[in-house]
Structures are given as structure tokens and as C-alpha cells.
Design a protein around this ligand. Structure first.
Ligand SMILES: [Cu+2]
Length: 159
């Protein structure tokens, strides 16, 4: 051990400096590679679609809350809602399950005839972050429900 120490002390200073410079260069290269890799990972993540809820000013927002399937009157929140003729309701699926916003009550022959987010197409609330909107042009009371989970019920009151 002591002999090793002595032999290290006897190393030519020039050789020691060269060694230290080499170590410093290797560390710099390694850090650079890490940065490049981090940028590559960033580039891969950046273009991926993300579910961002953008506040839609002027529209009445109703959330389909997490766990809505089992929440009956609380599945749509807030519920009931009251608004004026000409106002728009924007429903947002904040749950992980597929839901619908369908006008009427379970069993109505004309259920979904006024408004219906549906089971397919661009308005379908098939996944988290999907939205559906409807503008109420006539005063009245509008019950609605989810076709897939008929216990989920809500109501819009238009004055
Ligand atoms: Cu549902």
C-alpha cells in the first residue's frame, strides 16, 4: 500500500496532467452524450397527443366525473344545471370509461332525437378528454342520460 503511494508520488507530473486532461475530456463527452439522448427523448415525447382541457369561455361546462358509471345523479357534474335560451353546454369526459350524453329518459321512444353524443363518430365521448356540446334554443326541461350506463342521469333547465 505504501509502496503504491510512493510509486504514485513518483509519477512524472506531465504524465499526471495528461491523465487528468484525458479524464476531464471523457467526462465532457459523456455529459454531451447524455444531453443529446435527453433531447432525443424530448423530441419523441413532444408530438404525442395529450388530453388538455382548454377552458371554453361562454359555454356551460359539465364534467362526466371519474367513476361516473356508479354515480347516478352525480355522474354529470354539476347537475342539474340552469341556463338561458341560446346558451351552450360543453360536456367533458373526465372518466376513463366510454359514456354518452343522450337526450330523454331511458325507454323514451324519441331518446336521443334532440341531442346525442352517440356511440361512434367525432362526438362520441369514447375516452378521457373527449367533449360534446349542444346549444339549447328553446326553454324547457331536458333530462338526459348515458346509453351505456342508464343509471347515469342529468338534467338541463333552460329559461
Ligand atoms: Cu356511461
Amino acid at each position: 500500500m505504501i509502496s503504491l503511494f510512493i510509486s504514485l508520488m513518483n509519477i512524472n507530473p506531465l504524465f499526471l496532467m495528461t491523465g487528468l486532461t484525458l479524464v476531464a475530456a471523457l467526462v465532457t463527452i459523456e455529459l454531451h452524450i447524455q444531453q443529446v439522448n435527453a433531447q432525443k427523448i424530448g423530441d419523441v415525447i413532444a408530438p404525442m397527443p395529450r388530453n388538455i382541457t382548454i377552458p371554453d369561455v361562454g359555454k356551460f361546462q359539465v364534467s362526466i366525473v371519474p367513476g361516473a358509471t356508479f354515480l347516478t345523479n352525480d355522474a354529470y357534474n354539476p347537475n342539474p344545471i340552469e341556463l338561458n335560451v341560446g346558451q351552450t353546454v360543453l360536456w367533458i369526459n373526465d372518466d376513463f370509461s366510454f359514456h354518452t350524453v343522450t337526450s330523454g329518459r331511458v325507454g323514451d321512444t324519441n331518446a336521443g332525437s334532440l341531442f346525442d353524443s352517440g356511440l361512434a363518430g367525432p362526438t362520441a365521448l369514447a375516452s378521457t378528454g373527449k367533449t360534446y356540446e349542444y346549444t339549447f334554443e328553446l326553454a324547457g326541461e331536458y333530462p338526459y342520460y348515458c346509453i351505456l350506463h342508464p343509471d347515469m342521469v342529468g338534467k338541463v333547465i333552460v329559461n
